[in-house]
Design a protein around this ligand. Structure first.
Ligand code: IMP
Length: 425
């Protein structure tokens, strides 16, 4: 203890990368626990911009341990590329990277099948990173786990079985499958470098919890993309809730001391699926230009719309959010009117137009300095979501913020939050 989970409250792209990077200043360990290279987190430090897909967004802090936990699906080639890119920019990554032996491996045909399905059925608008097929293999009990790479004969057997499972669909989609030999060779090359970093990350985290290290669980995607809670079937293939963070990181359910939820001051979505507060094409394009709303993983233009406080309230309840972070407030600085869908009992009018503040907020560092309309806007979010506001981000840089930046502040440093059962007590 203490353990803090950060959860995206929309359709991903809420700015979690920046928030995790900021919170990681005070963390000992940052854990990515679900999804894979479908995530894309942009980190801006000084004049430099970094984009990470698999590595935790705390990786820029040299003291931080980075864990890729068992719930992830890992494209090991992409992981090494990311490590090499950061190391070429002077950031030592490998010595503090810990990869779960139970995480699943994304194989080249997972990506090919994901892309072919998208091209032929235009189904979900996935990131084509092979995430869906890799999770399908996991639950189909024909997946390849990281630990399998250590045992050559077993790996060949697992790959054989895996490929057999895809034969029919690959034929139907016209996707050529690789041979076991090709896959083994590709995995051997990356394995040589990654093998020393593979450990029982769950046990490592249990030890850290018991010794009072500060652990940050980094959520990827967002609540509305959750496989169960999201806008099914237009969702990702994993759970993204705070509760799932425990399961995917291999941690006990009662370990969470705090859950922080991140929402943008407006809303975006990439890919297909319902979006009740979506703007029309031209208004969406204007907001996209103001917010630089293009996917960090695929470069796709994001669909833009207004903040939906009714849904935000539900996602806060579902995830037990203790504190809210609102990002990209400054993007709205020049708008005369800002649409907001109010929570059900907050207003008779569902979609209201909030008066804009028409002045820059990027340089502001205290709530008291905010223009009145911006302060009212934030108070409205807090009240409709029924969750206290902790931090507001007013720019992409690490320290362009208003509010509390230490997510561990005030938390107990030892033991579990709930008292344990005592026999007869
Ligand atoms: P997949 O996760 O690549 O299978 O994509 C499924 C859906 O989730 C698509 O609509 C993607 O655009 C969306 N998605 C997956 N990861 C992210 C993310 O990190 N940010 C935003 N959308 C995402």
């Amino acid at each position: 203890m203490p353990v803090v989970a950060v959860v995206g409250l929309q359709w991903g792209d809420e700015g979690k990368g920046k928030v995790i990077d900021l919170f990681a200043e005070a963390a000992d360990t940052v854990v990515r626990h679900g999804g894979g290279a479908n995530a894309g987190h942009t980190l801006r430090v000084g004049d430099e911009t970094f984009v990470v897909h698999l590595l935790p967004s705390g990786v820029l802090h040299p003291q931080t341990e980075c864990v890729l936990a068992q719930g992830m699906v890992l494209d090991l080639g992409v992981l090494l590329e990311e490590v090499d890119l950061l190391e070429s920019r002077g950031i030592a990554v490998l010595p503090r990277l810990f990869i779960s032996e139970k995480a699943h491996v994304v194989l080249p045909h997972h990506k090919a099948i994901d892309a072919a399905r998208e091209a032929q059925f235009a189904a979900i608008g996935t990131t084509k990173r092979g995430i869906g097929p890799a999770y399908e293999d996991k639950v189909g009990r024909r997946g390849v786990r990281v630990e399998d790479c250590a045992q050559r004969p077993l790996l060949a057997e697992r790959l054989e079985r895996n490929l057999r499972g895809w034969e029919a669909e690959a034929l139907q989609l016209g996707v050529p499958l690789p041979s076991v030999g090709e896959l083994t060779e590709a995995l051997r090359l990356v394995w040589e470098r990654l093998a020393p970093r593979v450990v029982a990350t769950d046990r490592r985290l249990w030890d850290q919890i018991e010794t009072g290290r500060k652990i940050l669980l980094e959520g990827a995607q967002g609540a509305l993309l959750d496989i169960d809670d999201g806008t099914y079937p237009y969702v990702t293939s994993s759970h993204v809730s705070a509760a799932a963070a425990c399961a995917y990181a291999g941690l006990p359910a009662q370990c969470l001391d705090r859950v922080v939820g991140v929402t943008k001051a407006y809303c975006t979505r990439v890919g297909e699926g319902p979006f009740p507060t979506e703007l029309d094409a031209s208004a969406s394009a204007s907001l996209r230009a103001l917010g630089g709303e293009f996917g960090a993983t695929t470069g796709r233009p994001r669909r833009c719309g207004w903040l939906d406080l009714e849904t935000l309230r539900t996602t806060c309840r579902r995830n037990g959010i203790d504190a809210l972070v609102v990002t990209k407030l400054d993007v709205l600085d020049t708008l005369d009117r800002i649409g907001v869908k109010r929570a059900q009992d907050a207003s008779a009018e569902r979609l209201v137009q909030h008066q804009g503040w028409n002045c820059p907020t990027h340089h502001l560092r205290t709530f008291a300095d905010l223009p009145e309309q911006a302060a009212t806007f934030l108070r409205m979010i807090e009240s409709d979501a029924a969750t206290p506001l902790m931090l507001t981000s007013v720019g992409p840089e690490r320290h362009s913020n208003i509010g509390e930046t230490d997510c561990f502040k005030g938390l107990p440093t030892g033991g579990y939050r709930r008292p344990r059962y005592t026999f007869g007590g």
